[in-house]
Design a protein around this ligand. Structure first.
Ligand SMILES: N[C@@H](CCC(=O)N[C@@H](CS)C(=O)NCC(=O)O)C(=O)O
Length: 206
């Protein structure tokens, strides 16, 4: 049995979705980041970086959603192509998510909605970078069904998280038809629906 520590967040949702796609059983445990549980001594003993998600697979305790997705794909032989160029392309789009849209959307939402002081330069910088990346992805998905063409991969699952929570970053689909089409296809997958439902159930009603 795999154990996942997570909350109702864009990085967390990737892991239950991948586990549902792969048909792996898992025990999902909440870490209430609204209440600061990710910085508790018990949790920091598991993940000194103090963030969700976290996977425990036997004696492997693994943080970072990207590393978890790669581990699950390699463990099962699914969602990560074997052919070298397709595999490299999967990593390219995975890293665009982890180093590009993830941080940009997170910072954009923070400066627009949570920061105690209003900083127009920070808002403009992260909103522009988020929009630029969303446009890049919309153009890519205009000619590719999935991020890696015909192959549904962990790159799709990784990108789903922040597009699922796009309102926080002020990102829309109105002028991004290919992104909207891809998102709808993702949302229609039964495994994605089960992963979302499990993730939402982690958070107490506000
Ligand atoms: N690069 C990490 C980012 C993890 C991350 O930032 N998680 C957020 C929730 S989506 C979190 O734990 N925030 C609480 C905090 O930073 O204290 C990953 O992809 O797993």
């Amino acid at each position: 049995m795999l154990t996942v520590y997570a909350f109702s967040t864009p990085n967390s949702v990737k892991v239950p979705i991948a586990l549902e796609e792969l048909g792996l059983a898992y025990d999902l445990r909440p870490v209430n980041i609204r209440a600061g549980a990710q910085k508790s001594a018990d949790y920091l003993a598991l993940n000194p970086n103090g963030k969700v998600p976290l996977l425990i697979d036997g004696d492997l305790v693994l943080a970072e959603s990207g590393a978890i997705l790669v581990h699950l794909a390699e463990k099962t032989g699914h969602l990560l192509p074997v052919e070298p160029h397709l595999r490299a392309r999967t990593f390219q789009w995975l890293f665009v998510q982890l180093s590009g849209t993830g941080p940009a959307f997170g910072q954009s939402g923070y400066w627009q909605r949570l920061a105690s002081d209003r900083n127009p330069a920070a808002i403009a910088r992260y909103k522009a970078e988020s929009d630029r990346l969303a446009d890049l992805i919309d153009a890519h998905l205009g000619t590719h069904r999935w991020f890696v063409g015909d192959e549904y991969t962990i790159a799709d699952i990784a990108h789903f998280g922040w597009f699922w929570r796009r309102d926080f970053a002020g990102i829309g689909f109105a002028d991004r038809p290919a992104l909207a089409r891809w998102f709808a296809e993702m949302e229609a997958r039964p495994a994605v629906q089960r992963g979302i439902a499990a993730t939402l159930a982690l958070a107490p009603a506000p």
